[in-house]
Design a protein around this ligand. Structure first.
Ligand SMILES: [Zn+2]
Length: 381
């Protein structure tokens, strides 16, 4: 492969010109003898292309620019995509696929435009969840499914249908449901540490209280870490995926430079462009309402975020930030075991409400742990 620069001539120059022309960077029609000359106009087009692609804008066509030009000619659906172990496919189509999978909550790895093992695994998970043939090949049917779920096609909101279906099919009972409780930080990472109070320690205590209540109702509650461990967010997500969790609840407290900031907030997966986990959003809203009602804490609302734990988990995940450790009142309340019990009960009731799908008209804040137990123990309808 010859490096081409201004002043060079020949058919290879004409090919660069026509490729860039097709990509919208140069005048496509030129008499043959002009097309084969690397002139100032072509150099300008090369620079424009390099700039768009984040390459060094030197106007010289070397290996990186050649590869980028080839990658740019592929768009999703133009060819079947699969994991080729010896010579992985690369191209803009692969990058589009990776971005779409990530938007939908599948861990396709970094969207680098190279179809690797992780892209294949994410694609297979998507195919399985959406009832497609699970072959790890991105062909016409998979492309159609991906387009149907795109934020644009759904008016700014891809409905994660399978997620909702799973909740509906799994029924109102908590028994048998598998919840991963994720106490934030841990081990050497204490999280926020204010006036001798550590976030990691508080959240560990809250997590074990919640675990106890969940197990009592027949749920399978798993903790994402040991008491003295601090796995990173991605490891916590993978743990939940491997466990086949129905739901992940991550527990944190917040902090702020201003000691006046206080309250409770919940976060679910969502990207800026409108892709949202609808179950995650519903769960975050239910938890938020129960906790605000039961504790009287300030309502800092529920928000979409694309943090690793929320993005990489395949099931709905919610991160709750319970109070500001930097706020005297919030901190004082968090240190009371009875308060942490109230919070644990509120979270449990919110989970129960999620699976009841609105079939319970008991006002927010009044449904008790005893009610949940009674409902669980009542004869199956
Ligand atoms: Zn934290």
């Amino acid at each position: 492969m010859r490096v081409l620069r201004r002043g060079d001539t020949g058919p290879a120059v004409a090919e660069v010109r026509s490729t860039l022309g097709a990509l919208g960077f140069a005048a496509a029609t030129q008499p043959a003898e002009v097309a084969e000359i690397f002139d100032a106009q072509l150099e300008h087009a090369v620079r424009g292309f390099q700039q768009r692609r984040g390459l060094i804008t030197d106007g010289i066509v070397g290996p990186a620019t050649y590869r980028a030009m080839r990658d740019a000619t592929y768009s999703l659906g133009g060819r079947p995509l699969a994991f080729m172990v010896s010579a992985p496919l690369s191209g803009d189509d692969v990058q589009t696929l990776q971005e779409r999978l990530l938007e939908l909550g599948y861990d396709a790895g970094r969207s680098n435009g190279v179809f690797g093992a992780q892209t294949e695994a994410a694609l297979r998970n998507f195919q399985r969840d959406y009832g497609l043939t699970v072959d790890g090949i991105c062909g016409p049917k998979t492309v159609r499914a991906l387009h149907q779920l795109s934020p644009r096609a759904r008016g700014g909101r891809p409905v994660l249908l399978r997620e909702q279906e799973r909740v509906r099919k799994s029924g109102p009972r908590l028994r048998g449901k598998r919840i991963v409780i994720d106490p934030g930080h841990g081990g050497a990472d204490t999280g926020l540490s204010i006036a001798g109070i550590d976030e990691a320690e508080l959240m560990w205590d809250l997590a074990t209280r919640l675990e106890g209540k969940m197990v009592a109702t027949g749920m399978e509650a798993l903790l994402s870490r040991g008491k003295d461990q601090c796995p990173d967010e991605a490891d916590r997500a993978h743990f939940a995926n491997d466990a086949g969790a129905d739901l992940v609840l991550s527990l944190h407290t917040d902090g702020n430079r201003s000691p006046l900031a206080q309250g409770v907030a919940a976060f679910h997966f969502g990207t800026g462009n409108g892709a949202t986990s609808t179950i995650g959003e519903a769960m975050a809203g239910l938890i938020q309402r129960e906790l605000v009602m039961r504790t009287g804490m300030r309502d800092c609302k529920a928000h979409p975020k694309s943090w690793d734990l929320l993005r990489l988990t395949r099931c709905p995940a919610v991160r709750i930030e319970i109070g500001y450790l930097t706020n005297d009142e919030d901190r004082r309340r968090l240190t009371e075991p009875a308060f942490r019990d109230v919070v644990a009960e509120g979270i449990l009731v919110a989970v129960k409400r999620l699976y009841l799908l609105g079939q319970n008209d008991q006002p927010t804040g009044t449904f008790t742990f005893a009610d949940v137990l009674a409902h669980e123990l009542a004869k199956a309808e």
